[in-house]
Design a protein around this ligand. Sequence first.
Ligand code: AMP
Length: 188
Amino acid sequence: MNNSQQIQQKYQKNINSICLFCGASSGNNPAYTNKAQEFGRLIAEKNVKLVYGGAQVGLMGIVATAVIKNGGKVVGVIPKFLSNIEIVHPKLSETIFVPTMHERKEVMFDLSDTIVVLPGGFGTLDEFFEVLTWKQLNLHKKNIFLMNINEFWTPLVTTIDHMINEGFVKYSNRSLIHVIQEPDEIFI
Ligand code: AMP
């Protein structure tokens, strides 16, 4: 094992706070909501703080509710203008109101040591690619997990492999993303 793998392993074992990016919708297959609940339970069991977008809606709301129900800590970060549209979760340990979407992403990133991406839409993709490109530029070393519930991310992973094959993404950058199937793979 080389030095960077050792650091990576050490880092993974010391997860204190997870930044969650995922849909403001829940999808139309119960697999998404079931896995989101399981993930929330596990976060609470592992005594890890959840940092997320602060809303009650969608998969994000489901994970947050599961963490809270199981006695865990949740910090929500939400722009003021969105707090009516996305409905702030009423039971959070802490809610941080920020002025803009950009600040939301920055605060969520700063408060966490690990990034986990569940299925979602445009917002989730925006958030995922921002932290991924920061990592590509060596601006951070936080692990980024793409949870491939119901093979949701497989077409995206295929597109990323296509980008590599066509010479637009470095092969070595493929390892910046950890594609996982189950929530507990984050803690291995
Ligand atoms: P979505 O994946 O589109 O359901 O959105 C998931 C979350 O991302 C929601 O909380 C949105 O408010 C947020 N979001 C949407 N667009 C953006 C954006 N351009 N930058 C950052 N977050 C966004």
